[in-house]
Write a protein that binds this ligand. Structure first.
Ligand SMILES: NC(=O)c1ccc[n+]([C@@H]2O[C@H](COP(=O)([O-])OP(=O)(O)OC[C@H]3O[C@@H](n4cnc5c(N)ncnc54)[C@H](OP(=O)(O)O)[C@@H]3O)[C@@H](O)[C@H]2O)c1
Length: 233
């Protein structure tokens, strides 16, 4: 499978490492400071134990190159830069027509003092996913991976009996299996909450709940993830 990653940051790079290991073709791009990308790939390669062959298989390109390269595209922009990123893709004629796009974005904004906050007014009005779909109506759009910290996207941090769920929404009947496979191959347990993108906002609200839990129950420690479990039979 060819995967293009639009903004290989903390989330995108961790996913890319898991997929390159399984033989996927992955093109990385970076929105801000693209010159830092190779250095970050090298760092995460060391951290996650990639060998030279795996490291050499990454392809590099612009945001537009990654959009065109992927059979599947991961859209993982920093929310305050989302308008800019979508504008750049539009400007280059990208439509994502018939392409699976998985976005990971939480509506976390930044103020003049560089404090980050969940933009609850935006969340009341809309969701990131619905806005992306409006901008690219021909994309087969999913939301996934927005409720697990990037540091926990390493499958080696989990044991086979303790693999967290990744809840995803969106797409159409012909594309759900591909999204499911990508989540599984990233090392997680896919849990599909249906195709209706109106429900993407629920996943974004869960992101806000995550931060309240971190603050009030886990003393600011981000090393937690949600799960979906069944009782013993
Ligand atoms: N990170 C998470 O745990 C997480 C979890 C769930 C969802 N998401 C969502 O996924 C999308 C992508 O998130 P991301 O964290 O992967 O974005 P990112 O592009 O890695 O980071 C966003 C911003 O933080 C800066 N940054 C990143 N790594 C840095 C480092 N090591 N040192 C200094 N500055 C650094 C980036 O600047 P540079 O240009 O210097 O890189 C950029 O301005 C976002 O919309 C986010 O809401 C993230």
């Amino acid at each position: 499978m060819q995967v293009g990653i639009i903004n290989a940051g903390n989330i995108g790079l961790n996913l890319a490492v898991s997929w390159i290991r399984l033989g996927y073709d992955v093109m990385l791009s970076k929105d801000t400071h693209p010159e830092k990308l190779q250095e970050r790939v090298h760092a995460i390669g060391l951290e996650r134990g990639l060998n030279d062959n795996e490291l050499s298989r990454f392809k590099y390109g612009s945001l537009v190159d990654a959009a065109k390269f992927g059979d599947v595209v991961i859209l993982s922009a920093y929310f305050p830069r989302l308008g800019h990123v979508l504008g750049e893709l539009h400007g280059a004629g990208v439509t994502f027509s018939g392409k699976i796009v998985i976005e990971t974005i939480n509506p976390v904004n930044v103020d003049a003092n560089f404090n980050h906050y969940h933009d609850v007014e935006y969340m009341r009005r809309t969701s990131v996913t619905e806005e992306i779909q409006k901008a690219f109506p021909e994309a087969i759009l999913f939301k996934a991976f927005n409720n697990i910290p990037a540091t926990l996207l390493d499958p080696h941090k989990w044991t086979p009996d303790r693999v967290p769920a990744v809840i995803f929404v969106g797409g159409n009947p012909g594309s759900t299996d591909t999204a499911r496979k990508l989540i599984k191959d990233a090392g997680f347990r896919p849990q599909f909450a249906g195709p209706d993108l109106k429900h993407a906002g629920l996943l974004e609200s869960l992101g806000l709940l995550f931060h309240h839990l971190v603050e009030n129950e886990h003393h600011g420690n981000l090393n937690i993830s949600f799960d979906v479990i069944k009782p013993k039979v």
